[in-house]
Design a protein around this ligand. Structure first.
Ligand code: UD1
Length: 386
């Protein structure tokens, strides 16, 4: 069974790494890795391949930057040819970045079965490009591997409760468990003169937070308030650095005492930095999950989350971007007791094993079969309404 696996942007790399490793236990699977090139900097891409032991991509589509439409178009154009050359039995896409939906759409139109890893997550906020990517990728996929229970409910609501849906757990957490011992050897905490348990980590890169000078300025205000309590390390995404400079806010950040802006960190340094932190402020999706397993309180600078299990188990708090509310959630998170936090079901480091075993034993679900099944389901629902 030839499986083409697609990666494009930073959050994809820690999801594909355990899958590529898990295929190794199944001689009947021939995995091929395709990198779209969406992220291309050493710090945003190559370093992750090295640290996570991901094999070199068999194909790099070399698509760099551009608007969303340009990214989709260029990835689709390049991936169509690659797919025709490789003639795979299945295309596996992970997460919710632009490369995910672009390749899923090309495969679906070429009649190749598609598996989506991390299916069913919904923020219900269509202003997030990732939400559009999630909804459409799930609709195009034959196999839906779900990371948390909310995913099952969301898929069923969209009519996707067919036999291709499998609750397997969280591949990102597989990577975390596998790499903790290596991350522990990182000197990042000492290098920044930090004391374990006495500093905060900040990450911010969502368009909704960094593309509007007023929102970004307000968020900086509350970050300065946190910095009055403890040192903050801020590994900044290239897009955030661009915006800070463009809005004339960079000097304010540099002048702030107790805030250290650093370049994007590698996987191992970042994991270590988060593990030893007192608290995290972030607008990332994946960091909400990583902090949950590491039992570090997380304040999410967004109005919604597609990962509600992280809030339900107690680690994560949705704070929006209003400074008063962020501050209140920061104080509540500081007062929370990590010993009371739980871990979502099947976040046990074995999700990739489950996916690989499923593919090895059952193969991809033929598209025609799935569609027939969904049509039967829809008819049954209609007749219940009647
Ligand atoms: C993408 C994902 C987002 C994910 C984030 C993590 C989508 C819609 N968004 O957002 O879900 O959380 O990655 O990092 O796919 N850039 C560089 N070097 C790079 C990559 C990006 O300089 O290696 C700069 C470029 O100016 C680029 C900009 O960042 O145009 C934005 O990159 P892009 O991939 O479009 O979106 P992200 O904001 O990184």
């Amino acid at each position: 069974m030839r499986i083409v696996n697609v990666v494009g942007a930073r959050p994809n790399f820690m999801k594909i790494a355990p899958l590529m490793a898990a295929y190794g236990a199944h001689p009947g699977i021939e995995p091929i890795l395709v990198h779209t090139g969406q992220h291309y900097d050493h710090a945003m891409s190559t370093l992750f391949f090295e640290e996570l032991g991901i094999p070199r991509p068999d194909v790099n589509l070399g698509v760099h930057g551009g608007s969303h439409a340009v990214q989709h178009a260029e990835v689709m154009r390049a991936f169509e040819g690659t797919l025709a050359d490789l003639e795979p039995d299945l295309v596996v896409v992970v997460g919710d970045v632009n490369s995910t939906i672009s390749c899923a759409l090309v495969a679906a139109k070429a009649g190749v079965a598609v598996a989506h890893v991390e299916a069913g997550l919904r923020s219900f906020d269509r202003t997030m490009p990732e939400e559009i990517n999630r909804v459409l990728t799930d609709q195009l996929s034959d196999l839906l591997f779900v990371s948390e229970q909310s995913g099952l409910i969301n898929l069923a609501r969209e009519g996707l409760d067919h036999e291709g849906v499998h609750f397997v757990g969280n591949v990102m957490i597989d990577s975390l468990y596998r790499n903790l011992p290596k991350a522990d050897a990182s000197s990042v905490v000492d290098d920044h003169d930090l004391t374990p348990g006495q500093y905060a980590v900040l990450t911010m890169h969502r368009p909704a937070n960094v593309d509007d000078p007023r929102v970004l300025g307000r968020l900086l205000g509350v970050v300065e308030r946190v910095a009055a309590q403890m040192p903050i390390v801020f590994p900044a995404h290239p897009r955030t650095l661009d915006r800070l400079a463009a809005f004339g806010l960079r000097a304010r950040l540099d002048a702030a005492k107790n805030i250290t802006v650093v370049k994007p960190l590698g996987y191992l340094d970042f994991l270590k930095l988060v593990k030893e932190a007192r608290i995290i402020l972030t607008d990332s999706g994946g960091i909400q999950e990583e902090t949950t397993v590491l039992r570090v309180p997380c304040v999410t600078l967004r109005e919604s989350t597609e990962r509600p299990s992280t809030c339900l188990v107690g680690t994560n708090r949705l704070a929006g971007t209003d400074p008063a509310r962020v501050w209140a959630e920061f104080e509540a998170a500081m007062a929370s007791d990590p010993a009371s936090f739980g871990i979502p079901a099947k976040w046990d480091g074995r999700a990739a094993e489950r996916i690989a075993a499923h593919l090895a034993h059952h193969g991809g679900l033929p598209r025609a079969h799935r569609h027939q099944h969904t049509a039967h389901g829809a008819l049954a629902r209609l007749s219940r309404v009647d």
